[in-house]
Design a protein around this ligand. Sequence first.
Ligand code: PBG
Length: 324
Amino acid sequence: MANEFKRHRRLRQSASLRSMVRETHLHPEDFIFPLFVVEGATENNDVGSMPGVYQVSYNNLKKELDEIIELGLTSVIIFGVPEVKDPYGKEAYNDDGIVQKSIRFIKDYAPQLTVVADTCLCQYTDHGHCGVVNGGVIENDTSLELLAKTAVTQAEAGADIIAPSNMMDGFVTYIRKALDESGFPQTPIMSYAVKYSSAFYGPFRDAAHSTPQFGDRDTYQMDPANRLEAKREVKSDLEEGADFLIIKPALSYMDILRDTREETDVPLVAYNVSGEYSMIKAAASQGWVDEKAIVTEKLLSMKRAGADLIVTYHAKDMARWLKE
Ligand code: PBG
């Protein structure tokens, strides 16, 4: 009788036993906190579609950093919301742009914090696309020059990691070369290698004012139906010299995270995107789900699927809950 079936419940009998056999853990240093810095404002702006998320004004940065550090978070990813936009996204590579200024401030005030710079053009272009537009086409190679310039100004400002997110082919090659030639051979590249054309980005475009003014991003971001394509993207970015790989979005793409984990040995980052955040916030505000429990489960699942790090808007809440 005793050997007719397995007693899995033996290891689930008490909280102590369960904690002894737990395979995955969350730590504050697993999270990269997305920080939106807005130019030309003296107060923070709430983001309507993302309760709890706001654009931080430059003069409020110090206060924001105090909170982030106090919670035990160790890294941020910076997104700029510039005052002016133009067809070529000039503010993205302005030495005095809001992102460059903010990075300088952060590295001066809190040098222990790792600053990841999101390197893209969409918040800075008046058409909202991630590259140069010519006759309705989003050009690849002309966009690469601008991206490389953006990355160099970010590194000069003190960015610890460059994270190109615009999905032009060859961005790792171009940025690596530009960084090396500008005296930054030590600055790692965290590539958004696998970025799907996703409806889950909706609320972010609200937060970063980066909605495309015509068309969509389907000619550069990936088709959600594809799995093998992710393997090709991962392979080329590694060959080009990526130090970290980002998989984005996370929740609906756990299979891709797992595939990538099994095939590579670089640190993997899951991007728990805006739509994934807002859905939980909305349900929690109605009392339909237990926010702390569901966020903990979601972030644990991302690590279990293979992520080493998670970019998440829940970072502050989760760090707070981990302290409890
Ligand atoms: C822009 C960028 C996007 C996100 C991060 N960088 C959105 C997009 O492609 O429109 C999405 C982040 C999120 O939804 O949380 N290159």
